[in-house]
Design a protein around this ligand. Structure first.
Ligand code: ADP
Length: 181
């Protein structure tokens, strides 16, 4: 079973999946259930140099999706976290969302440039990653989670419900298009 956790940068994927990892470890210790590994794919991209080029203007690396797919192959029971995670095979795809204004604020507080924060806020308002995820996996595999007014622990608990099958698929509840007007 592979669970993808995707979403626009700043939606809280890294934070929530770190907490999810410790929740799952506690669960695994309590029950003898499947042992899930959390993979932070952007770290793998850096550590294994799985990119095709460095975009100097945008200060980012262009991911080598084929090399990342090959790296992921054969890894069972994984939670794959990245804004790219929906580009790979997955049984369930959690899409984290955040209203554009607080998203922009989160990114600025994290030290991103104003241009990058604004670009990501606009992309979130346009549902870009949700639309890509639905396109690639179909509505029945999508679990949209609005993180706007929720703590990282609450988001991690909802992700745990996706992993255990206690959460129904859903998409389209977050409506952030008003940000653009
Ligand atoms: P991503 O991995 O999706 O880019 P991060 O986990 O790095 O996002 O979170 C982006 C920023 O927002 C961090 O500074 C983090 O502390 C903060 N953050 C993460 N989750 C939440 C949340 N649920 N509510 C408020 N702030 C959050």
């Amino acid at each position: 079973m592979r669970i993808a956790v995707t979403g626009t940068p700043g939606t809280g994927k890294t934070t929530a999946t770190e907490r999810l990892a410790s929740k799952l470890e506690e669960r695994d210790a309590a029950e003898s259930s499947a042992d899930f590994d959390v993979i932070h794919l952007n770290t793998v991209l850096e550590d294994e140099a799985l990119y095709t080029e460095v975009d100097a203007d945008r200060q980012s690396k262009v991911a080598d999706l084929d090399a990342l797919a090959a790296w992921l192959e054969g890894r069972e029971d994984t939670i794959v976290e990245s804004h790219l995670a929906h580009h790979f095979d997955a049984d369930r795809v959690a899409v984290l969302r955040c209203a554009p204004e607080p998203l922009e604020k989160r990114l600025l507080e994290r030290g991103e440039t104003e241009a990058k924060a604004a670009e990501n806020a606009e992309s979130e308002a346009l549902d870009v990653i949700l639309a890509e995820a639905v396109d690639e996996h179909g509505l029945e595999s999508i679990y949209e989670i609005d993180t706007t007014d929720r703590t990282p622990d609450a988001v991690a608990a909802e992700l745990a419900a996706v992993v255990t099958g206690d959460r129904e698929p859903s998409a389209g509840d977050a409506d952030f298009v008003g940000y653009l007007t």
